[in-house]
Design a binder for this molecule. Sequence first.
Ligand code: ZN
Ligand code: ZN
Length: 496
Amino acid sequence: MCQVEEEYHGPLLREELPEELPSVSRQCVKCKEASAAVVIRAGDAYCRGCFKDYFIHKFRAMLGKNRLIFPEEKVLLAVSGGPSSCSMLSQVQEGLSQNAHKKLRFLPGIVYIDEGGAVGQSAEHRRRTVEELRAVFRATGLPFLTVPLEQVLDLPSSVVLSAPGASEQEAGAYKAAVDHFLLSDGSSGVTAGQQQETPPPEVQEAHTHSLQRLLGSARTLTAREELLSILRQHLLVHTARSAGYSKLMLGDSCTRLAVKLLSSISLGRGAQLAHDTGFSDSRYGDTILVRPMRDYSAKEIAYYNRMFSVPSVFTAGLDTKTADKSSIQHLTESFVIKLQADFPSTVSTIYRTSEKLQSCKGSASAGGDRCLLCVCALDTAAENASAFSATLISEQLSQKKSPGESRQAPASQCCSIVGGELCGNGGRGCCSSAKASEPPPLRSLLCYSCQLTIKDMASEEVLPQYILSEAERRLRRSQLREEIRDFLLEGEADEG
Ligand SMILES: [Zn+2]
Ligand SMILES: [Zn+2]
């Protein structure tokens, strides 16, 4: 019974912990003295001390290499309670406890999003989980926030806008900031910040119901998971913004990112891969997402957490205790994990690919339209010869039925049926004069992948108000632009 329970503690962890530790005779490859305690890759056996050094060094190296986090910058750590984000928290703590010249110089805080409402947990169950995590956070001495996912329903529309910010720091800026810091009060270092404890906010039952209705309207688990991850990200970014944090640290491990990379491709998010899996993600402009755990495998993290007693708290996700094939994300995960068991370089090979990806900044929509949901640049303005348009054409063709048969597409998608033919616009920018009564074509504001997600929803109206009102604003604006197009000089029309 217990065994079964444990099996579900994050499939990533299933990547087997060592059943038999290496024999005592085996020596550490690093110090060549102590006996090995952990084998990371074949041939790389480390003793306890060297493994700790290696693990800590890797975190520092990742931050050092990317030079994105400035001294005294406020950095919000998104901790889900899982092994990877808890390990990240312990690495930050470790960095704060170092002596002056090695000390981490940013100001960390912690945020936990309580998603219990989304997975249907009882209020009591949620309260216990939150309390367990708050105890872990309290012990760190860092300021922390626990936010119920229900709060996503009250977000302002500004969250789906990319705010202008210092996203593109000049190369010399980091060094200048560090030098300035060292001159001013480098010796004093940075204290961990005062811990102000705010009680967990009350969750109204009605809010939980709205959230459940929203997620429940997704017909597939794939869409539900996408939706949840979008909402979670919006809430994290909003929390960071409103509490004055300019960086948001996410705990994605390299195993997690390898899974994300493959599932993102399956979900049609090829254009957004660099954002979704890279070290830094500047899609929100002023709040930069960083992934400092991206060099660690889930296995390394599991070893480290166990050897050095890093606490983590199990929280159920949407796909907990579901079959492998229940969603694209879940299926990809089990595929990668199973492949990794027999071919240990699977994850690192996929992951290395993600390092080489870059977002195409020069695309037509650069600085222009962004997806209403994932806030990435729209990938739907591609040329006619693109994979995107090919997909649309084959989709249209496959929906075509022989004459006489009734159309699959609901009548509301198209305004008029002329001689048994739809107007051909597939619901987007229809030709009819009855346009006003039609629901707004929200999908035109989304990237290809988010369009697929919304398509899997029974109703768009259950989306949170901040998304709907921003959609309305954008649609109104583009309508206005369309109306005055004829009066504009060439070229002006696109500038809005
Ligand atoms: Zn050693
Ligand atoms: Zn999108």
